[in-house]
Ligand binder design. Structure first.
Ligand code: FAD
Ligand code: NAD
Length: 468
């Protein structure tokens, strides 16, 4: 039986980063993945393929709707070749997952393909696809088994017309009418992909706003923009049944007044969150406990109740984000090497890759109010920027929340072109505990979308934005 310093179960962004960092720090490392390709949800059926389709559909929308106003004439009709679009996406995924295999080889990490399960706290059985079993031993084990789409108890996902994000990345036709249950990140990103490609899209959301965990101002602006793009919304609707008959899917929900509303479409995307995935791991054999929501229970050091076993990423509490999983993978590896790393969870940014992009870090205005923190707010609209007018990306704003007395930046919320990248400035500033005035006094290149960050900081500092 091969013996390791560390064995990582699961090769998503949490697991593969943990493995690389362990190897970098001199530990003999193995990684176990049940699928033939590495990279987990994120690379195979999550972040990367969804962004590939967002990019392709964005190009199509530009060609159909915006080329003409830029003075670009396309002879003939611009058409979507969905098969080719999906194939390009798959090409991007294949290239990216192969890259992880390369990184495993480069770092001399042994890769085991098969379902890992605990025999005991230091031994893992690996059940291979050909039915054979191999066993490895490890001093330390990191559980990084991620998550799977959640559903509602009365929904039977047929994976053809009542689908999750995984199938939505592989459709063979453009839906005529896609009903999206859940106006969170997946619902809006994939809803926008198919809206751009010509589908009618209706988002049915339980709460009274989309993106309900983000700052309310972002929800409001995003909804305004998506409505302009003709996405339909049914907020405060409690879905109670989803049925398929032939090519028709019928979704029934109760509205705020308790009255039944019926939606009919040809596809229904169920995007109501994800659940931690521990099926087949046999946690009991190692004595590892889960919490009330089925997540592997960990302490502040990401250690489980069993001394040599850790857990990271989507399978533990906290935001289900690839970069959060990566930070946790690094933290556990460095702890095992005797270091004292730290993660500030408040500074993990949250991004929605629609267009305009939505991005945020730190506290929302609602959270500051609730906690009774005295704050001031500075906001600057994207449309006031020369850069935005040049590209005609006029929607959105940057909002900076700073402490009323100390001026320390407490939260930054933005929606607009390239905000997914712009948010890093806010993360950096907050990591160094910058004040709004610190940001306001930094030179920002002109013309850039980033000037909105400076202007919002000026507005928060002394209500003295320059260009509005
Ligand atoms: P995962 O990536 O889920 O990896 C877990 C791996 O463990 C899987 O490969 C699984 O097969 C394997 N595994 C499970 N059990 C076993 C076992 N017993 N034995 C062996 N292997 C096992 N996050 C972002 O930050 N940005 C985005 O843009 C983004 N977009 C997304 C889009 C979609 C459509 C989805 C679904 C998710 C998206 N996410 C995004 C979330 C992101 O994918 C997850 O937060 C991230 O993948 C979590 O990483 P992880 O390593 O914890 O788990
Ligand atoms: P989510 O938590 O973002 O959104 C789920 C939405 O469904 C919420 O708005 C919720 O109020 C709503 N909902 C829940 N139950 C409902 C019901 N019965 N009827 C109607 N609406 C209901 O979850 P998601 O969009 O499925 O995404 C799953 C996870 O994947 C998220 O945690 C997210 O962090 C991650 N993800 C991240 C990105 C990104 O970072 N860009 C992209 C995709 C997914």
């Amino acid at each position: 039986m091969n013996q390791y310093d560390v064995a990582v179960i699961g090769s998503g962004p949490g697991g593969y980063v943990a493995a690389i960092r362990c190897a970098q720090l001199g530990m003999k490392t193995a990684i176990i993945e049940k699928y033939a390709t590495l990279g987990g949800t994120c690379l195979n059926v999550g972040c990367i393929p969804s962004k590939a389709l967002l990019d392709s559909s964005h190009h199509y929308e530009d060609a159909v709707k915006h080329f003409a106003e830029h003075g670009i004439e396309v002879p003939g009709e611009v058409k979507v070749n969905l098969e080719k679009m999906i194939a390009r996406k798959q090409g991007v995924v294949d290239q990216t997952t192969k890259g992880i295999q390369f990184l495993m080889d480069k770092n001399k990490i042994d890769v085991y393909e098969g379902l890992g399960s605990f025999k005991d706290a230091t031994t893992i059985n690996i059940k291979k696809n050909d039915g054979s079993t191999e066993r490895i031993g490890a001093k330390h084990i990191i559980i990084a088994t991620g998550s799977k789409p959640a559903t509602l108890p009365f929904i039977s996902l047929d994976k053809e017309r009542i689908i999750t994000s995984t199938e939505a990345l592989e459709l063979k036709e453009i839906p005529k009418h896609m009903i999206v249950i859940g106006g969170g990140v997946i619902g809006l990103e994939l809803g926008q992909v198919y809206r751009r490609l010509g589908a009618e899209v209706t988002v049915v959301e339980y709460m009274d706003r989309i993106l309900p965990t983000m700052d309310a101002a972002l929800s409001k602006e995003m909804m305004k923009v998506l409505k302009k793009q003709k996405v339909k919304f049914a907020l405060s609707h409690k879905v109670k049944s989803v049925q398929r008959r032939g090519k028709t899917v019928t979704v029934k929900a109760d509205d705020k007044k308790g009255e039944e509303v019926v939606f009919k479409g040809d596809y229904c995307l169920v995007s109501v969150g994800r659940r931690p995935y521990t099926d087949g791991l046999d946690l009991e054999a190692a004595g590892v406990k889960v919490d009330e929501r089925g997540r592997v229970a960990v302490d502040a050091h990401l250690k489980t109740n069993v001394d040599n076993i850790y857990a990271i990423g989507d399978v533990v509490k906290g935001a289900m984000l690839a970069h959060k999983a990566e930070e946790e993978g690094t933290l556990v590896a460095e702890q095992l090497a005797g270091q004292q790393p730290h993660i500030d969870y408040n500074l993990i940014p949250n991004v929605v890759y629609t267009w305009p992009e939505v991005a945020a870090v730190g506290k929302t205005e609602e959270e500051l109010k609730e906690a009774g923190v005295p704050y001031k707010s500075g906001q600057f609209p994207m449309r006031a920027l020369g850069r935005s007018r040049a590209s005609m990306d006029l929607d959105g704003f940057v909002k900076i929340l700073a402490h009323k007395d100390t001026d320390e930046v407490l939260g930054v919320h933005m929606i607009g072109a390239r905000c997914a990248d712009l948010i890093t400035e806010a993360v950096t500033a907050m990591e160094f505990r910058a004040s709004a005035e610190d940001i306001a006094r930094m030179s920002h290149a002109h013309p850039t979308y980033a000037e909105a960050v400076k202007e919002a900081a000026l507005a928060a500092t002394e209500d003295r934005a320059l260009h509005i």
